[in-house]
Design a protein around this ligand. Structure first.
Ligand code: AMP
Length: 285
């Protein structure tokens, strides 16, 4: 496994990698969710490249950039086990030289949900992903459905800017009690960790109502809120039943609809979602 820190070295190595190349961008502090993406990339491509870069431009001024968890040694050991071919881990200066002034700004779909709650977040995401795509030049790129809006933003950017890359969404990997895996779960103390399962419980409740035929989004949102508010440690930021194309709230809940939420447990901000399907599921078969 090659570990690379500069753009020039990454470009050089890219010429020697067997094709097709699968790519998994991450911010490190890896868990089983990330590794599932890496395994998919390795399974479907001749080479797998992973980036580890805590991207400063996607964090708001009051957010957790400084204290975002980092453990490079552990990450590299995990990636080696997953048979990663190359790890690209540039410095912030390498990615954002002082004279850089160009941004990728995906409009409309970033006005809702995470984009509304975290102004500037998706501008940072789209910009760094575009840069990483230009540096790594993958054939396929793998993203987690855990960050459903991010998948849509990256797909939109790839289509709008005519990037020749296939973007693949991978289902959310969960802890045994249903909590979606996230690097930020480490912030939770034991009591908060228990409370954090309320997001999964809320999704399951919506799933049940949907399966019984409930199609009124306001009622689905209301029930989600009721479950979330039954947990004293949870503070709800938003709940949503959105059109998967526009991310606007749906008038009637339909298959394909994106049910999502952002909830604070203590200082930790957690997100989770599921897609309404004729037979929706929260766990893989
Ligand atoms: P991050 O390091 O949080 O930026 O995540 C890197 C990639 O891993 C993103 O595409 C995430 O959506 C994905 N990811 C994070 N958590 C999970 C999870 N629990 N299941 C599946 N993918 C995930």
């Amino acid at each position: 496994m090659k570990v690379i820190q500069t753009i020039a070295e990454m470009r050089k190595l890219r010429q020697r990698l067997l094709e097709p190349v699968g790519f998994v961008p991450t911010m490190g502090y890896l868990h089983e969710g990330h590794l599932t993406l890496v395994r998919k990339a390795k399974e479907k491509n001749a080479s797998a490249v992973v980036s580890i870069f805590v991207n400063p431009t996607q964090f708001g001024p009051q957010e957790d950039f400084e204290k975002y968890p980092r453990d490079t040694e552990r990450d590299l050991a995990m990636l080696k086990t997953a048979k990663t071919d190359a790890v690209f881990m540039p410095s912030a200066e390498e990615m954002y030289p002082a004279n850089s002034v160009t941004w990728v700004d995906v409009k409309k779909i970033t006005e809702h949900l995470e984009g509304a709650a975290r102004p500037g977040h998706f501008r940072g995401v789209a910009t760094v992903v575009a840069k990483l795509f230009n540096i790594v030049q993958p054939d396929r790129a793998y993203f987690g459905q855990k960050d459903a809006q991010q998948v849509l933003v990256v797909k939109r950017m790839v289509a709008d800017l005519n990037m020749n890359i296939e973007v693949i969404a991978v289902p959310t990997v969960r802890e045994p009690d249903g909590l979606a895996m996230s690097s930020r779960n480490i912030y939770l103390n034991p009591e908060q960790r228990k409370a954090a399962t309320v997001l999964y419980r809320a999704l399951n409740h919506v799933l049940e109502l949907w399966s019984e035929g409930e199609r009124n989004p306001a009622r689905l949102r209301r029930h989600m809120l009721d479950v979330l508010r039954s947990e004293p440690l949870a503070v709800v930021e938003y709940v949503s039943v959105a059109d998967p194309e526009t991310l606007e709230e749906m008038e009637t809940a339909k298959p394909g609809g994106l049910v999502s939420m952002a909830v604070r447990v203590g200082k930790t901000r957690l997100i989770d979602n599921m897609v309404l399907e004729l037979k929706p599921r929260l766990l893989p078969d």
